[in-house]
Design a protein around this ligand. Structure first.
Ligand SMILES: [Zn+2]
Length: 493
């Protein structure tokens, strides 16, 4: 296939030939071969396909089958009541809510939930991802009132379960009926439409079972992207050429920190096997604990800190000395910034979801969406990184803002080298590409997902072009491999 007149760098128009999985040639002008498909990029920017360095695919697929229970969709108890009332059970007969926050209806427990819906088992996940709240039917269904509750299951003064489960995802999953088969097709298509050609699944619990589901989705073509998987010690090496195993994911929770010796030991053991670690740190204390443990255990290239949500200046020298990479979520500034401005300790606010500060400290910085905990749209994340604007119109730590090129680069590094050199559109590179409808300067002024015209992964188109686009894609020969022309899957609203 020939792509003509694409702006591969600001101000540089080129023709490109894709052959197999790679970019075969880049030149000011290339003549079409007989029968070759030709796409006129009309001067639109052609970027390396974007990589989301931190999301949760299976949870993202589940989230599509779930009820949004938090802002901006749901803002108060009355609205929560009406979405739960209208909710239909999934095939397990449960209602699954996500994104709850206390600003909606205070601290929910089983009784508060019973008052909103008590005819079916209901479980609602807190927006932090750290807490599930079950109504009484759900408490009964998983046997929380019987036997010894696991640590993390909150109890009231009389010793009865409140229905609040902290960091007990695995425990809960083991007690739920088997889930309906997960469709990752819609997730894969949505990501492709955003220009995303690769994702890093950052789920701490990823092991053999999760890898099987993800590889099946790659095999079936449901997930057309490249896949880099963080996870548990038990996570095997994937067999799929588009999947690779990444660092060991370690989740730190300030309320239940491991001993320094245990944490250092776990890191050192992973390093001894040649596997870097990815440590989840959302508070100042967690970040300090992680940095000290990495210093003790010794650094391995590829070690990363997920989130680094609060990064005060005194920690940065140690982080950069360690050479650890930072994987941040700029979109939280937009989605959660107003809440941060109310709830986060004023002393921590200047150091929230930093970007400029990390770059100035010489740290490698990459970004991920943390979807489904935030919107997976990388363009919205770039806007947030550039403007530091919250949804409510406030500006959070404006000194941390990035230029468009810097914000874009957060999504351009190789998954095994987050924050490293951006991949480039050049001959010999893999044909993972994202074509925009507009030139570079226009995209830089107002980055938006709607600007994505077409996405290719390993030389194959993975986003469906619109009907008009399809007509413009002149085919002189019978259609080659790829999507049959009649295939138009439904776009979610
Ligand atoms: Zn995450």
């Amino acid at each position: 296939m020939l792509i003509r007149r694409a702006e591969i760098r600001p101000g540089t128009l080129r023709d490109l030939r894709l052959r197999g999985e790679a970019i075969a040639a880049v030149a000011p002008r290339l003549e079409p071969h007989p029968g070759e498909a030709v796409l006129d990029a009309e001067g639109g920017a052609l970027l390396p396909g974007l990589h989301d360095h931190h999301l949760h695919l299976l949870a993202l697929a589940r989230a599509r089958e779930s009820v949004a229970c938090g802002p901006p969709r749901v803002r108060n108890r009355a609205e929560l009541g009406s979405v739960l009332e209208a909710a239909r059970p999934d095939t397990r007969g449960w209602i699954r809510g996500i994104g709850y926050h206390e600003s909606v209806a205070g601290e929910l427990d089983r009784h508060a939930l019973d008052a909103l819906r008590d005819d079916l088992p209901v479980r609602i996940q807190h927006a932090s991802g750290a807490l599930w709240i079950l109504n009484s039917r759900a408490v009964e269904a998983v046997g929380l009132d019987r036997g010894t509750p696991p640590p993390g299951a909150e109890r009231d003064a009389r010793g009865r379960a409140t229905g609040r489960l902290f960091r007990l995802d695995g425990w809960l999953r083991a007690r739920l009926p088997p889930p309906p088969p997960l469709g990752l097709g819609a997730v894969g298509r949505d990501l492709a439409r955003l220009g995303i050609t690769g994702v890093t699944d950052a789920t701490a619990g990823n092991g053999p079972q999760e890898l099987r589901i993800l590889e099946a989705a790659l095999d079936a073509g449901d997930l057309p992207q490249r896949l880099f998987v963080l996870g548990h010690e038990s996570l095997p090496e994937p067999g799929q050429s588009r999947a690779a195993r990444g660092p060991l994911k370690i989740v730190l929770a300030e309320g239940a920190l491991p001993t320094p010796r245990a944490l250092t030991g776990r890191i050192a053991e992973s390093h001894a096997r040649g596997r870097p670690v990815a440590i989840h740190c959302t508070t100042r204390v967690e970040l300090v604990v992680a940095a000290v443990a990495l210093r003790e255990a010794g650094h391995l290239d590829g070690d990363r800190i997920e989130h680094a949500s609060v990064a005060p200046p005194e920690v940065l020298p140690l982080l950069s000395q360690l050479g650890v990479r930072i994987v941040t979520q700029p979109h939280f500034v937009w989605e959660r910034g107003d809440r941060y401005l109310e709830e986060v300790d004023p002393a921590d606010r200047p150091w929230l979801y930093r970007a400029r500060g990390f770059l100035e400290a010489g740290l490698s910085l990459a970004a991920g969406s943390d979807a489904p905990l935030a919107d997976p749209d990388p363009w919205a994340a770039m806007r947030a990184a550039m403007t530091r604007r919250t949804r409510g119109g406030a500006v959070l730590a404006p000194g941390e803002s990035l230029s468009f090129d810097e914000a874009l680069r957060l999504f351009l590094s190789d998954p095994a080298d987050p924050g490293g050199a951006p991949r480039r559109v050049e001959a010999g590179a893999s044909a993972d590409l994202c074509l925009l409808r507009v030139p570079w300067t226009e995209a830089a002024r107002a980055p938006a997902a709607a600007l994505v015209r077409e996405t290719w992964c390993a030389g194959r188109p993975i986003s469906e072009p619109s009907a008009a686009e399809g007509r413009r894609l002149r085919r002189d020969a019978p259609p080659g491999p790829g999507r049959p022309p009649g295939d138009r899957s439904v776009r979610p609203g």
